[in-house]
Design a binder for this molecule. Structure first.
Ligand SMILES: CC(C)(COP(=O)(O)OP(=O)(O)OC[C@H]1O[C@@H](n2cnc3c(N)ncnc32)[C@H](O)[C@@H]1OP(=O)(O)O)[C@@H](O)C(=O)NCCC(=O)NCCS
Length: 133
């Protein structure tokens, strides 16, 4: 049976988390692993919204941290499908740090994540194609 295509808008996702001192590294800015966790969650939610299936991370491209993120910032991860294969979905994630006192928002990094939809046995399973528009 053919699966009905879905647009990238359908699954576009925004996740936000207030950064508390428990997420700081030794110099008082955000631990890189915290940012990667947000990236992975935002990509996973996007892939699961698109497919309505369980999804696992199969690959994550190079991540660079150019801007330190201060404790007390709002960390925002925006994810959107860039490409859909038979069972895999490529998700682009943009990460921002928002200063809640000034409202200033800085893009801190971006990342491309490949997620794969799996069945209950953990085997790849087909997902809806990506519709235009
Ligand atoms: C993801 C997983 C189910 C894929 O299983 P597999 O036997 O390699 O499956 P396949 O070779 O049939 O590939 C399935 C899809 O993944 C894609 N894929 C596989 N490895 C990839 C990689 N390294 N990068 C990008 N895409 C990849 C394939 O191109 C294919 O896409 P398509 O169906 O859209 O054409 C399996 O590798 C796995 O369980 N990995 C662990 C996932 C996990 O635990 N993630 C959490 C990180 S700790």
């Amino acid at each position: 049976m053919k699966i009905k295509p879905r647009t990238a808008e359908h699954s576009a996702t925004v996740l936000a988390d207030f950064i508390l001192p428990g997420s700081a590294n030794m110099v008082g800015t955000v631990f890189g692993g915290k940012v990667l966790e947000m990236v992975d969650k935002a990509a996973g939610v996007c892939a699961m919204r698109h497919s309505n299936k369980l999804c696992v991370t199969v690959a994550m491209d190079r991540v660079e941290f150019h801007v330190p993120i201060r404790v007390g910032s709002l960390l925002v991860a925006e994810s959107r499908l860039a490409r859909v294969g038979r069972t895999s979905m490529t998700v682009r994630v943009e990460v921002y740090a928002e200063d809640l006192m000034t409202g200033r928002r800085l893009r801190t990094n971006s990342c491309t994540v490949t997620m794969v939809a799996v069945d209950r046995r953990g085997k790849p399973t087909p997902v809806p194609p990506l519709a235009e528009g």
